[in-house]
Design a protein around this ligand. Structure first.
Ligand code: AMP
Length: 221
C-alpha cells in the first residue's frame, strides 16, 4: 500500500506515520527527517537546505524532488511506503505521480490530518525529538521519564530550531498557501480521506486504522 500523510506542521504526521509504518510493516519516509540528517551530517544537500529550513520556508523543489525519488528507488519501497512531509505542493505531487506512473504504480490513499491552529502552536512549542531514534515527546503532554533523555533508546532529546513560535507561524502560512491545490488534486481522484487530528495521537490512529480497514474491505467486495 502506498500512502501519503498530509496536514499542517504539528498535525501529527510524523507520529501517525511512525505508528502506521509499524502497524502495516511499511517504510516511513519523511523528507523532513532526511533533510535534517543531511544538515546534521553537513552534506552538500544539507548545506543547501539549512537556511530554508531555519526560516520555515520550503526547500526548493529541485533539491527535494530528486532526494525523494532517489529514496523511492530503494528496494524496501517495492511493497509500499508511507510518505510524511512530501508532497508539499502541486509540483511535487505531479513529479511523484509521473515517477509512479512510469512504474505502473499509483498512490492508494492520502490521509489529510485536520488540526486547529491553537493545537498546532501548543504541540510544536512543547515538542521534543530524540536525536538518535527520532521518537517524539511533548514537554507537558508526553514527557520523557528522565529529563531530555529518550525512554526508548537513551538518546539525547532536542527541540527543533524551526519549532520556535515565530517560525511555526511562518510554516503554517507556507502550508496554507500550498495545501489547497494539493488537497484538490487528490480529492479529484477520489483518494483523499479527511481525519480530525485535534485529539490525542492514539485516538487519531484508531480512526485512521478504522478508515483503512473499511477501504480495504470495500476493495475486496
Ligand atoms: P517537516 O519535518 O516535514 O516539518 O519539515 C521540516 C522542514 O523541512 C520544512 O519546514 C521544510 O523547510 C523542509 N521540507 C520538508 N519536506 C519538504 C518538502 N517536501 N518540500 C520542501 N521542503 C521540505
Amino acid at each position: 500500500m502506498r500512502l501519503i500523510l498530509l496536514g499542517a506542521p504539528g498535525a501529527g504526521k510524523g507520529t501517525q506515520a511512525k505508528a502506521l509504518a509499524k502497524e502495516l510493516s511499511l517504510p516511513h519516509i519523511s523528507t523532513g527527517d532526511i533533510l535534517r540528517k543531511n544538515v546534521a551530517d553537513s552534506t552538500e544537500l544539507g548545506k543547501k537546505a539549512k537556511n530554508y529550513m531555519n526560516k520555515g520556508e520550503l526547500v526548493p523543489d529541485a533539491i527535494v524532488i530528486g532526494m525523494l525519488l532517489d529514496r523511492l528507488a530503494e528496494a524496501d519501497t517495492d511493497k509500499g511506503f508511507i510518505l510524511d512531509g512530501f508532497p508539499r505542493n502541486l509540483n511535487q505531487a505531479k513529479a511523484l505521480d509521473t515517477m509512479l506512473t512510469e512504474r505502473n504504480k499509483q498512490i492508494d490513499l492520502v490521509i489529510n490530518l485536520e488540526v486547529s491552529e491553537p493545537v498546532v502552536i501548543t504541540r510544536l512549542s512543547g515538542r521534543l525529538i530524540c536525536s538518535k531514534c527520532q521518537a517524539i515527546y511533548h514537554k507537558k503532554n508526553n514527557p520523557p521519564q528522565n529529563d531530555m533523555v529518550c525512554d526508548k533508546c537513551g538518546g539525547a532529546l532536542y527541540q527543533r530550531d524551526d519549532d520556535k513560535e515565530e517560525t511555526v507561524r511562518k510554516r503554517l502560512e507556507v502550508y496554507r498557501e500550498e495545501a489547497q491545490p494539493l488537497l484538490d488534486f487528490y480529492n479529484d481522484r477520489g483518494i483523499l480521506l479527511n481525519v480530525s487530528a485535534d485529539e490525542e495521537a492514539g485516538v487519531v490512529l484508531d480512526e485512521i486504522i478504522r478508515m483503512l480497514t473499511s477501504y480495504n474491505d470495500s476493495r475486496k467486495n
